[in-house]
Structure formats: structure tokens, C-alpha cells
Design a protein around this ligand. Structure first.
Ligand code: ASP
Ligand code: MG
Length: 691
């Protein structure tokens, strides 16, 4: 004999009942079945409501009609012809009895309706079926009598393949109809199983077994494959709704394993509760909670299956709650389980925090990304996240989710209105005006990671307003990639300022384009014009190479670095000497190249002069302490000669170098390396996201 019990949601409607019938038919082919069912979902509550309304009032009739029509609907869908009429008649008779029943018996009708319909259906399918009246067989508070009644009733029917019995309902010793308490159908099933010395007891429900936490509260909860009776009992007693606590004892005494299975996923092995040996050291099984609305508190219970070090576990629980910003009102252990009390308002977060600490190997957080800009860096970033997302999650515990990648103009404004707080807006555009959205995004609690230096090289007041908005709203604004691509320049300079270092100077070779032009001119044959043209053809320059020669890009980077060092530098504070004079600007590009060609002797002469001094020409953006300067510093951007002792002497091609001299650095801090490439920039943006 096997006992199968189905809960209210498993029999909620005709479709679900059909699933139940499938499962039961399969089981019946193996061995005889005792099938125990709940009322259809919501029915018990509705009956309790009904009992509270006044007899004869219109509302009562409406309630009765609506319950009746839910059952009629199921019958209409499951049966046809004469059979339908017969079942419909039986249920209608039950409804008549219900209408006349004493108030305290009304609640017992739900299981009568559901099991009547299901027993009839199984009979129609050809099974030898017998409906058992739990009101006569199950005697509340008297297990010996109950077991006798059930085993005798079944022994009288050796031909029957499937017994169908209502769960939940019983009678008192004196014969009065009663119930086993809310959720008591599980208990009924355990009584039937013990009485019949069943080979197995299956509790079919709407979740895949007993889980490490209530999945509706803790999304990361997972099924516990097997556990001891005691651990299951502890979980049920302290709030796990999946199993009615009283169920455990009859099964445990009779040594029958309880299988907790999901009607909607019948292949899932669910949980097996059995007399498995208790392990030497307890293992954590799950975390549950019971709410005390009156006190405004929730009692959390972390259940294990054996002896544990209570003190250490309490400390760990308290610690994990503290990390989540939650104060424990009390924490204790009984040697197996840990009990802690928190305020009811934070119970959900507390359950998640404990679950993270004890049941999730890598604590995981999902980062929602909104990526603005689909140029080379944007594309590389999306690719990188797609290909490395799993590895990143493994290493960092952070799951990167691209909510949207867009190059639309209104994207930032849309993100501000729709994104969840804590999302990350990633600006990999080179938009001139997107910075106007930054403050609004930050004020909405949205973090920003940017590689767009135009957005940071805005007037200082705007820059300061963005930072204030970030700080006030507990979000970050990160932009390491804006200077020297993946080189840790911004971070290093900020670290100095944060720790009280005194900046003496910054010298930066941060224009890949100019550095490449200058080092090529020094090393490969060709005129300066040829070298510039070659750089343009290689896509290294802006569409108009004069933008690079003007030093504007370097200016933006210098502003960013200076401000990171605490110097509120403005554009007009910087003295810029472009690589070529004013006569090269504001003329058509052909003419520009012609003039460049004509000026070759000058370029050559400069280069020869440099060589004679054993120096190299470098385009340096620098900030140097100088009390006569606007903020105690002088800033300039221009070509300079550096000798072999200067750290910028050796850099070539598109390499970048940032040289910092400060009180803490007796030797200059030299940050040097590749400054160009979409993948490199994407990796640097990603690093900001993950910091
Ligand atoms: N129908 C009853 C209730 O809702 C018993 C059960 O479903 O276990 O409490
Ligand atoms: Mg139930």
C-alpha cells in the first residue's frame, strides 16, 4: 500500500485534477493506493467565512453559489453525459446538506466535495475505487482506534485498487465531526499511512519538496534532497508551511519515509524525509520564520540535522545579519538549531541574509546594467559580459545583467525614470551633453560608470554637483577609463588625496595619438605631414587630426586628474600650446596638410635639436605646485624635451604614462602602459562596474 496526499492547489481546478489523476493512475499500476485530498484551494477559507455570515442573508447565498459553481465547473470539465449528471447530483446533495449544517461543521465540507468528485472520476476511468469516510475512521486524539478503524475498513475491501479519503476531517471520540486543524490533511495522510503500514507516503504539493527557505521570500532557496524526521519536524514547527508538523510523528513511529513532491513537476525527486542516521556534526538544513504580529517580531530558526557549536553559529548568524544592517533582538541555540529574533519589518531581509550566509556558496548580487553607447567600446563591453559573465559571477559573486544597451539620445532620461535604485548606468558614449543627465540619475539612486571624459571635464561646479549627488544618495560615480584607459591613474591620484598626500606634480603623456605621431617621427622616415596622415589613415586620430594636435583631449584628462587630486582646475587655468600654431586651424584639411608639408624644415630642426641634446619631444600635460598659480598650481599642456632620466623618455607608440610626484612618493609614482584599444577600455569599464 502507498499513501498519496494532494494539497488544495493540486486539486484547484479540472486541469490540475487531471495531473493528479495521471500521477495516481501510474502509482496504482505499481501497488494499491490510499489517496488523501484537501479541499480545492480557497474552499476551506470560504467555508469559514460562510459560517460567520448570518443565515438567510443574501450574502450567504452569493458565497454558496460561487463555491458551488467552482465545483460544478470542475465536474463539467471532467465528466460527460450520465456520469456528469450523477456526480453533479451527488455534489448538489452535499451542498444542500452544507446549507443546513451547523456552523461549526461547515468547514468539513470542502474535503467531501473534492474527494467525491475525484473518487467518481477514478471509478469512471476503470479503477476499482472506494471512498472512505474519514469522519468515521479518524478519531481525533486516539491513534490506536484510528489505526484499527482504517485497517479494518481496508481489510474488508481486498478488491479495491484505490481508496479515496478526505483529509483534514475527523470526529471526536464522542462522534462529533471535527477537523485536525488548518493544514491538517498532511496529518490525515500520515495516519492512513501508519495504519496501513504503507510502503511509502507521498505528500504532493506546489513546491519541489522542503526547501532551504520559503521560495516566495528567498528566491535563492533550493530543495533539500533528504533529511531526518527530526529536522523536518523542526522546520515544520518553526514555520515551514510545506509540511504540517503533526505529520512527522506517525510516519516516524511507523518508519515510513515521507516523500514531498511537486504536482506540477512530477519528475522532480523533491525531498525524502526518513530515519537516516544523524551525522556526527550537524549540517544546515534550512531557515524558517514564525511571525508574532502582536509583538512586531519574527522568530527565525536555522535548522540543522545534528549537534552544532551553538555559540559559534549564533555569532555567525548575528554577523550575517549585521552585514545586512539588521540588529538581532536575541539569539540562542538548543544545540541543534539557532533561534534569533528580529523586527517583523526586516524579517524578509533577515531570512535572505541568513540564507546567503549558510546556503549560498557564493553570495550573489545581480547588477542591472544600462549601457549607453554602442560604439567600439560599448560593443566590446557587451561581448565581454556575454562571454565572461559566468566566470565573473564565480569569482566575484556578482551577476551582470544587461537590462538594455542603446545609443538613443533620450536613453539616459528613460533610465532615470524606469531603472531600479542601485542599477548602474554605463556611459560609453562620447556625447558632449549626456553629463546633464548624470546628476538626475545619481539622485534617483542610479550608479554611474563612465568612460566619457567630456562628461567629467565640465565646469568644476557641475563636477562637484555630480559628486555631491552621488554621495548624498549612496551611489557611485566611477570613471577610471577617462584617463589612460585601463591604467589606474584616477584611482591612484584619488588615493593620495584621500590619505593626505601632498601633490607636487603630475606629468601626463595621455594623448595616444600625439605620442604615436611624435615617436614615429623620431624613428621612421617621412615628413611630419606624412606621419600625421598615416595616423589619420590608421584611424588613430579624430576625423580631423587637428583636434588631437590642439591638445583638447589632453586638457580634459588633465582637468580630471587635477580635480581628483583636490585641485579645482578649470579649462582657463591651463596654458595650452598646440603642437602647431594658430595658422594651421580654421582652414580646409588639404590646405592644412599643404602647410604642414611646407613647415617640415621647422619640425625637422626641432627634432634635430632634441637629438643633439639626447632628448625626446613629448607632449606633456602637467600640473605643478606653484604658489603663483590659481589654486597653488600651474597647469600647462605643450611639447617638452625630456632627457633619458625622465620616465616619459622611453614610452613609445600609443603608450600612456602618468608620473606623480608627491610628499609620500620619494621616487615618482609611474603609471605606464597601453592607453588605447576598445577591449582594454571595455575591461576597464567592467572593472569600475565590479569594484
Ligand atoms: N483544507 C484544509 C486547510 O485548508 C486542510 C488542508 O488543506 O491541509 O487547512
Ligand atoms: Mg495544505
Amino acid at each position: 500500500m502507498q499513501v498519496l496526499k494532494f494539497g488544495g492547489s493540486s486539486v484547484a481546478n479540472a486541469t490540475n485534477i487531471s495531473r493528479v489523476l495521471d500521477i495516481v493512475s501510474k502509482a496504482a499500476r505499481r501497488d494499491r493506493v490510499a489517496l488523501v485530498c484537501s479541499a480545492i484551494s480557497g474552499c476551506t477559507d470560504a467555508l469559514l467565512d460562510l459560517a460567520r455570515t448570518e443565515r438567510g442573508c443574501a450574502e450567504r447565498q452569493v458565497m454558496l453559489d460561487s463555491l458551488n459553481s467552482r465545483h460544478e465547473d470542475i465536474i463539467r470539465r471532467l465528466f460527460t453525459g450520465a456520469e456528469r449528471e450523477q456526480v453533479s447530483g451527488k455534489v448538489a446533495a452535499l451542498f444542500e446538506k452544507l446549507a443546513a449544517a451547523p456552523e461549526d461543521e461547515m468547514v468539513t465540507y470542502g474535503e467531501l466535495f473534492s474527494t467525491t468528485i475525484i473518487a467518481e472520476k477514478l471509478r469512471c476511468e476503470g479503477f476499482r475505487t472506494k471512498w472512505l469516510d474519514s469522519r468515521i475512521l479518524v478519531i481525533k486524539g486516539n491513534q490506536t482506534l484510528t489505526y484499527n478503524n482504517i485497517s479494518t475498513a481496508v481489510a474488508l475491501e481486498p478488491e479495491v485498487e484505490i481508496f479515496v479519503a478526505p483529509g483534514f476531517i475527523a470526529s471526536e471520540y464522542e462522534g462529533k465531526v471535527t477537523t485536525l486543524g488548518r493544514g491538517g490533511s498532511d496529518f490525515s495522510a500520515a495516519l492512513y499511512a501508519a495504519a496501513l503500514k504503507a510502503s511509502r507516503l507521498e505528500i504532493w504539493t506546489d513546491v519541489p519538496g522542503i526547501m532551504t527557505a520559503n521560495p516566495k521570500v528567498v528566491p535563492a532557496a533550493r530543495t533539500i534532497p533528504e533529511m531526518t524526521y527530526q529536522a523536518a519536524l523542526d522546520m515544520a514547527t518553526h514555520g515551514a508551511k510545506v509540511l504540517y508538523a503533526l505529520t512527522v510523528q506517525p510516519a516516524m513511529e511507523a518508519g515510513i519515509a515521507i516523500h514531498i513532491l511537486n504536482t506540477f513537476e512530477p519528475e522532480n525527486p523533491g525531498t525524502v524525509v526518513s530515519a537516516m542516521p544523524e551525522p556526527e556534526a550537524g549540517e544546515w538544513m534550512g531557515v524558517t520564520s514564525t511571525d508574532d504580529a502582536l509583538q512586531g517580531e519574527s522568530l527565525l530558526c536555522l535548522v540543522s540535522n545534528g549537534r552544532i557549536n551553538g555559540e559559534a553559529a549564533c555569532a555567525r548568524v548575528e554577523d550575517s545579519l549585521k552585514k545586512a544592517g539588521i540588529k538581532t533582538l536575541g539569539c540562542s541555540s538548543d544545540g541543534t538549531n539557532i533561534y534569533s529574533t528580529v523586527r517583523l519589518a526586516v524579517a524578509r531581509e533577515a531570512l535572505n541574509a541568513i540564507h546567503r550566509e549558510f546556503f549560498e556558496t557564493a553570495p550573489r548580487a545581480t547588477l542591472n546594467l544600462y549601457i549607453a553607447g554602442q560604439g567600439a567600446v560599448g560593443t566590446a563591453l557587451v561581448d565581454l559580459i556575454r562571454t565572461s559573465g559566468d566566470r565573473i559571477a564565480e569569482r566575484t559573486g556578482k551577476i551582470l545583467r544587461i537590462e538594455e544597451a542603446s545609443s538613443d539620445h533620450g536613453f539616459a532620461a528613460r533610465v532615470r525614470k524606469t531603472a531600479l535604485r542601485g542599477s548602474i548606468f554605463v556611459d560609453v558614449t562620447d556625447s558632449e551633453d549626456i553629463w546633464r543627465e548624470y546628476e538626475g540619475l545619481l539622485r534617483e539612486g542610479i550608479n554611474i560608470v563612465s568612460s566619457n571624459r567630456r562628461a567629467l571635464a565640465v565646469p568644476f561646479v557641475e563636477y562637484a554637483a555630480m559628486h555631491a549627488a552621488a554621495q548624498e544618495n549612496g551611489v557611485f560615480l566611477r570613471y577610471e577609463t577617462t584617463v589612460g584607459s585601463a591604467l589606474p591613474a584616477v584611482e591612484s591620484i584619488a588615493a593620495g588625496a584621500n590619505t593626505g598626500d601632498e601633490l607636487i606634480s603630475i606629468e601626463a603623456v595621455v594623448s595616444c595619438t600625439l605620442n604615436r605621431i611624435l615617436t614615429s617621427y623620431d624613428n621612421v622616415p617621412g615628413s611630419f605631414a606624412d606621419i600625421v596622415r598615416k595616423a589619420q589613415e590608421d584611424g588613430l586620430t579624430e576625423p580631423d587630426p587637428r583636434i588631437d594636435l590642439s591638445g583638447r583631449e589632453a586638457l580634459r584628462k588633465l582637468l580630471i586628474l587635477a580635480r581628483e587630486a583636490g585641485v579645482p582646475l578649470e579649462e582657463e587655468d591651463v596654458e595650452i600650446t598646440p603642437v602647431v600654431g594658430p595658422e594651421f586651424f580654421n582652414i580646409p584639411l588639404d590646405e592644412f596638410y599643404a602647410r604642414l608639408e611646407a613647415a617640415e624644415p621647422e619640425f625637422r630642426a626641432r627634432e634635430i635639436a632634441a637629438d643633439e641634446k639626447n632628448c625626446h619631444q613629448r607632449f606633456l600635460a602637467s600640473l605643478t605646485r606653484d604658489s603663483s598659480g590659481p589654486h597653488g598650481y600651474k597647469a600647462s599642456i605643450r611639447l617638452q624635451l625630456v632627457d633619458e632620466n625622465h620616465p616619459a623618455y622611453r614610452i613609445t607608440g600609443t603608450e600612456n604614462a602618468i608620473i606623480v610626484r608627491s610628499a609620500y612618493h620619494p621616487y615618482p609614482l609611474l603609471i605606464q602602459g597601453a592607453g588605447e584599444g576598445a577591449i582594454l577600455a571595455a575591461a576597464s569599464v567592467l572593472n569600475d562596474i565590479l569594484k
